[in-house]
Design a protein around this ligand. Sequence first.
Ligand code: HEM
Length: 539
Amino acid sequence: MEIGAVLGATMTEYTATLVAMAVGLMVLLVAYLYEPYWKVRHVPGPRTLPLIGHLHLIAKQGPDLFSVLAREHGPVFRFHMGRQPLIIVADAELCKEAGVKKFKSIPNRSIPSPIANSPIHQKGLFFTRGSRWTAMRNMIISIYQPSHLASLIPTMESCIERAAKNLDVKDELTFSELSLSLVTDVIGQAAFGTDFGLSKVPVSPDDVKTAADTGVDQAKTSSEFIKMHVHATTSLKMDLSGSFSILVGLLLPFLQEPFRQVLKRIPGMGDYKIDRVNNALRTQMDKIVAEREAAMEHGLATPQRKKDFLSVLLTARESNKSSRELLTPDYVSALTYEHLLAGSATTSFTLSTVLYLVAKHPAVEEKLLREIDGFGPRDRVPTADDLQTKFPYLDQVVKESMRFYMVSPLVARETYEQVEIGGYTLPKGTWVWLAPGVLAKDPKNFPKPEVFRPERFDPNGEEEKKRHPYAFIPFGIGPRACIGQKFSIQEIKLSVIHLYRHYVFRHSPSMESPLEFQFSIVNNFKNGVKLQVIKRNNA
Ligand code: HEM
């Protein structure tokens, strides 16, 4: 009897301890989940669901959601990516405040969980922070001087010409695929001084053999890397469709790394694929950098090669001791790779949307063709100066296409210290994301935003004159804005001019209407831009 009583008491104590521990753990978990929200709870936003926050809304509504939320909650509102709250800024003047005026308080990009464990991504300019970022940016900006960009025109033009040959052998194609190959070839030349040959047409079996002999197989592998990386990194999923560990990371960040460690060993899992790609790519980048370093040391790098980003970076590194300390080989690899990644998907998306939209608007096409034909004979390659001064309508068409389908509708930042934006005090470490995509569809900035009308960017027009100077920011804003803006605009304009001198395009009947997108932090097409190619009579 006594033993029974003792056992009973022990069991009760044991159960009570277990319950207390369970309750304690629950309290800790709830505190962990709500801590980031608590700090910014004063910022308005829609009702959040436990764990997933607002991810279900974006999965349902896509990127237009942010315009809807801005209308409902005002220009500064809260959006929860799982546990992580984002403070979205959706007003031109407030974007200026966050991106320019208060840059010192908001100088860095927030680091999304998929990137957190990848040195090849973290050591590029995009995610580097503080004084290292300032020093690297200052060094790299010198590579993008107008004279250097102008010197890339012949390389760009020859890649474009070669890629366009595909249009002579096909009446119909997924143009977005060709354009990704083209811009990757251009970046391959500009960043590595290497011809990937991705957009080359292998017209005969002999050509296929020659291509394989000259390393195109290797380039095709690079192309696979690029595609996978575009998917794995720039496509930080904003909905619930990421890899399993990314998904876990959105809900319970502390579990992401242990999950990743396990899942990367299981073939077939998204994490397995990402890990393999990361390792292979890092090895390849390191090899390219080591080979180029050795070639430069032995004076073997050709003058042509010396113009590429990697060579210029390596030359700059040798200029003094602090540069050598700054640009260790791992940073050089990361910076070079970043060019490949940041420059390919964004530029190719934009070029594809230009063709898609022009094909849909005959009056725009007619005006554009008039301007392009008026420039002169078809073999006259425009200079950098011509591109700026002789093609005003093309400039408007490109801008309006970027407004209509913005490739980076959100720009990610993080506060470095407590700061006030739009009347809300935001503590250190808050993720502040600017929303150029919302500004681009706001009738206050762009009347009738659903209409494609390049003339709204006419510098002499009333609409352009009245618009807030920061209402159109597809390349971001302030000191952290895109470093490749002029490079990509030059490439897009040269491509459009070359293509429309020889062809016009129509939508393929096999393409969906309206065009569907895969929404992530960088926009992409769901099924591609499929076009019919019509050779122009005079071509
Ligand atoms: C149409 C093409 C492109 C678009 C729309 C685009 C857009 C952007 C945007 C929105 C940002 C963030 C800016 C901010 O936080 O304020 C960015 C940053 C960046 N972009 Fe681009 N980009 C394009 C092409 C390129 C190209 C061709 C390159 C390289 C050759 C490049 C390299 C970079 C780098 C390195 C950064 C980070 C800059 C830093 O943090 O200092 N981009 N881009």
